[in-house]
Ligand binder design. Sequence first.
Ligand SMILES: Nc1nc2c(ncn2[C@@H]2O[C@H](COP(=O)(O)OP(=O)(O)OP(=O)(O)O)[C@@H](O)[C@H]2O)c(=O)[nH]1
Length: 425
Amino acid sequence: MNRFAFTNLPLRTRFLVAMGIVFIPLLAVAIGSSIFLGHAANTLNQVVEQPVYKLQTTTRLQNQIRKAHALVRDYAATPRYTLKDQFESEARAAEAVFIEMLGKPFFGPREQTLLANARREWKDSMVLANVVFSSDASRATLFQLDQRVNQIMFTLEQMYETFYAEISAQRTQINESEKGFLLIISATVGLGLLIAMAGAAWLARSVLVPLREFEKGVAHFSNENLSYRLTLNNQDEIGRLALEFNAMAERLLAHRHKLEELSVRDGLTGLYNRRELEKRLQQEIQRARRYRRPLSVLMLDIDHFKNVNDRYGHQAGDEALITVADLIQLNVRPVDVVCRYGGEELAVILPETDSEGAHTVAERIRGTVEDSVTTTPQGDTIHVTVSIGLAVFPRDGDTAASLIHAADQALYAAKQEGRNLVRSH
Ligand SMILES: Nc1nc2c(ncn2[C@@H]2O[C@H](COP(=O)(O)OP(=O)(O)OP(=O)(O)O)[C@@H](O)[C@H]2O)c(=O)[nH]1
């Protein structure tokens, strides 16, 4: 079965289809039963109606013949004309029954033959009866008549036997069709159950497989793996839910990146914060030690910054601080790490940079800041300078703390010597 096709169906339609599939066997059993029952009722009608008719008419015929025979015997004993009239009436009735029976197509060939024989015997008997009624009957004629009538009775008895044989044949036929019915019903129910099971499995699979995928996704989320995405191509409600799930994961991941970024950055300048400086400096020290590479650190402080705040206001001071931070970033390489160490004090980690290189960078920064101005929103023009202290690994310190301390001491020296200067430890 094409998985794509049925996962495109909405769940509601899918449930309805599955319900329909479950009802198919019931419908099939109902249709099969009604067809069979119609057939069985027809057979039963034949079984019941035809033999009953045959038995009834045969009995009627026997009675008629007995009655007519009795009238002949009575006449022979005591001749009376009324008996002859009665005989003729009974004889006609018997003949009518013969004609009626012979006209029925459901009498089998053997029955037809027996019936024809009986009728012939009856015709012969009537000839003998007329002899009796013509008053010259002898005892021998009566004897012959009795024999004929007995023969007719015997023939009709034989017909009974054929009826019973017919009934037992029909019973066998009913048993056969009963077996056939059971077979059809079992096959229909079996097939129906298979279809129902397949329908149920199809429905369960179309819902459970995506649910398992969701379960996996949620497990990844619990383990803080926000980059996991559900790979469901369903076009149904579950597919839409999966899309929403993935979009939510995307948003959460973006928020997490933002939070991570915020946790390592300074809100005012956008530079790395002090904690990140210490972390990165430790990493750079390890790297420099392992690969015997140069590493330098700069500590920068804006000169007379208190005066800037006092004169132009704290906000203008902030603007100046941001300008200096931007200028530093413009004057270093992308691999260099610029941080706000605290207040108006900034720091720069310079990987792969020796004392000479660090000095060049520091001078460049100092010169650029000296040459620049900050224009505040109020229209004031602020001019600041920076003092820079420089320390080199491992000469001036072989730990993060000792290296920062050394750079700080060099900065202090720069301040002491007049500010707007670069000094090494
Ligand atoms: N506007 C602003 N001012 C700050 C910020 N952080 C620290 N300051 C100010 O920077 C000034 C630092 O003053 P000091 O440490 O006395 O030093 P200075 O005035 O810069 O003088 P020197 O460092 O000796 O040249 C203080 O007035 C602080 O309030 C900040 O984020 N924004």
